[in-house]
Design a protein. Structure first.
Length: 318
């Protein structure tokens, strides 16, 4: 058993997560002065200052150590409880995940419906988040899993599923770039009206890296944080954009949109991953969800269709 006051540790995490003592007190439903007293008592017990009390509070090295201990302890407790729940065939429990908009259509259709139908006693908590936000939610222990597109390697995260999902050029059918004999270059693409997604997303960060690497500066015709808006921009014939092939597979099959490989390595090497925090055990429910998504989500059950097609071609036809 920990000698630390568990309520004070809960308050410490709330202060860090919400950025101020007053907002943390409102979140946990206590008076700010009561929260402050609990925290002072914990600091006296440890003989260490845990917080730098400024307009936006920050943790001291001692505070970071204690908060890490608290989060590790909670993760271990959840893992133990989940093992007990496994003995009851996952009749109870919860899974918390973070997901970007680009995965939502793939997730909430058949895969999520089938998972919840299979385990009716489980509860799901789904956070919509950008790439940066989703990674931080995992690190902060707000969620157990994150579905990420094009994340940078991070030693604090471990990948359970990793698929090749290149970022392709998406153009209207009949567009000048729809049938060029070789993959269009970034320089060629930027001569056309272009829509770009928010830079906090994996797609947005990847495009910025590619343009920077090619020493290209470009002002897009439109910026958005919505995958749906990007699709409609292209489908309406207003211009082109970058998206994974699977995001527009239905439109490609119906013939309204064409997906093209881009002549830029950074876009061709994009990955889709399901990650968790590296040194924390997963609950049985989270493990079951990973297994289910690996089999049922298009983004995670296999590499992109074009990647699979390229592998199937004899070398002389590539």
């Amino acid at each position: 058993m920990t000698p630390f006051k568990s309520r004070a540790l809960e308050y410490l995490e709330a202060i860090v997560r919400h950025g101020s003592l007053r907002r943390a007190a409102a979140h946990v439903g206590v008076n700010p002065s009561a929260l402050s007293r609990q925290l002072r008592a914990l600091e006296e017990e440890l003989d260490a200052i845990l917080l730098v009390r400024s307009p936006r509070v920050t943790l001291t090295p001692a505070g970071e150590l204690i908060l890490r201990h608290y989060r590790d302890q909670r993760a271990a407790e959840r893992a133990t409880l989940s093992q007990l729940q496994a003995l009851q065939n996952l009749e109870r429990g919860e899974v918390r995940i973070a997901v970007g908009e680009g995965f939502i259509a793939d997730l909430v259709s058949t895969p999520l419906q089938n998972f919840l139908a299979r385990y009716p006693g489980l509860e799901m908590e789904v956070h919509m988040a950008s790439l940066t936000e989703a990674m931080q939610l995992v690190k902060d222990d707000t969620v157990e899993l994150a579905l990420l597109y094009a994340p940078l390697d991070d030693p604090q995260l471990v990948s359970h599923v990793d698929r090749s999902q290149p970022l392709d050029l998406i153009v209207p059918a009949g567009h000048a770039l729809a049938s060029t004999p070789r993959p269009p270059t970034l320089a060629e693409i930027t001569t056309h009206p272009l829509a770009l997604i928010d830079g906090h997303t994996g797609m947005g960060q990847l495009v910025s890296m590619a343009l920077h690497g090619a020493q290209l500066s470009y002002r897009p015709r439109m910026k958005t944080n919505s995958v749906s808006v990007l699709k409609n921009f292209v489908r309406s014939g207003l211009g082109v954009t970058f998206m994974p092939e699977l995001s527009v597979l239905e439109e490609v099959h119906e013939g309204s949109i064409v997906s093209r490989e881009v002549g830029a390595d950074v876009l061709r090497h994009a990955r889709a991953r399901i990650v968790s925090q590296a040194e924390r055990p997963l609950t049985v429910a989270a493990q079951a969800l990973i297994k289910h998504l690996r089999l049922s989500m298009r983004f995670f059950s296999a590499d992109a269709p074009r990647v699979l097609d390229d592998r199937a071609l004899p070398k002389r036809q590539r």
